[in-house]
Structures are given as C-alpha cells and as structure tokens.
Design a protein. Structure first.
Length: 134
C-alpha cells in the first residue's frame, strides 16, 4: 500500500524557538546601536565647536585681532566664515549650541545635549584660542 505524503510544516515549538532567538539577538544589538548613535552625536558636537572656533579665529585674523560680536558677523560676511547659524536654539543631532561671551576680545561656544544619556553624554565648551573642554 502506498502511503500518502503529508505536507510538513513548522511546528509551534519550532516557531517559538526561532522567535526567541530573534528576540535575544535584538536585545543584544539594539543597545549597541543606540550607543553608536550617542557617540556619533558627541563627535559631531565636538566637530561643530571646532568649526565655530576656527571660523572665529579666522575672523579675528582678518579683522586686526577683533573677534566677532555676533553670529551674523560670521554668517553674513562675504565670503561667509560659516554657512549656518548654529546658535539659533535649534537642536542639531541631539545637541543645542549657545554662543556666549562673544566680545571683541574672545568667545565661548557651548554644546549641550538635549537629553543627557539619550542624545549625548557631555556638555562641551570651546573658548578663545580653540580650547575644547568636556
């Protein structure tokens, strides 16, 4: 007698094992991806502060040692020292930037994470002469 072949599929136990393995892999991978994003935001904040510092130092060199008094001095020059006003209060990649103490004698730029631990880890500051401190 011939036996009829049954269509074989996955059992419920096999499907549950696969779902458990996928959940375990996701639990391992997701925190690493979030840490990578935070690290990238930190690196971008430091880079932006260095850009602000470099543009201010270049401005001072071209203007007899006088530093810019406001951001429009950097963005409105021809050619512009900066293409974008970072100190407008808008969050960029998890950080907001503040331009304080912009005087003819110097500057202070600060990058503050929107949410510490989620969008960034540290408040960074750069002062006259390009001194970056965490």
């Amino acid at each position: 007698m011939k036996r009829l072949k049954r269509n074989q599929g996955f059992t419920l136990v096999e499907i549950m094992i696969v779902v458990a393995i996928i959940a375990l892999l996701a639990a391992i991978a997701i925190p690493n991806l979030l840490r990578a994003k935070i690290s990238a935001n930190d690196a971008l904040a430091q880079s932006t502060l260095r850009t602000l510092s470099t543009s201010s130092e270049t401005y001072a060199t071209a203007n007899n040692g006088n530093y810019p008094l406001n951001m429009s001095s950097l963005t409105g020059a021809s050619p512009a020292y900066l293409q974008e006003d970072f100190c407008d209060g808008v969050a960029r990649s998890g950080y907001t930037y503040a331009c304080t103490a912009m005087t003819a004698g110097g500057y202070t730029f600060t990058a503050t994470p929107v949410t510490v631990g989620t969008s960034g880890t540290t408040v960074y500051t750069v002062t006259t002469g390009g001194i970056l401190s965490p």
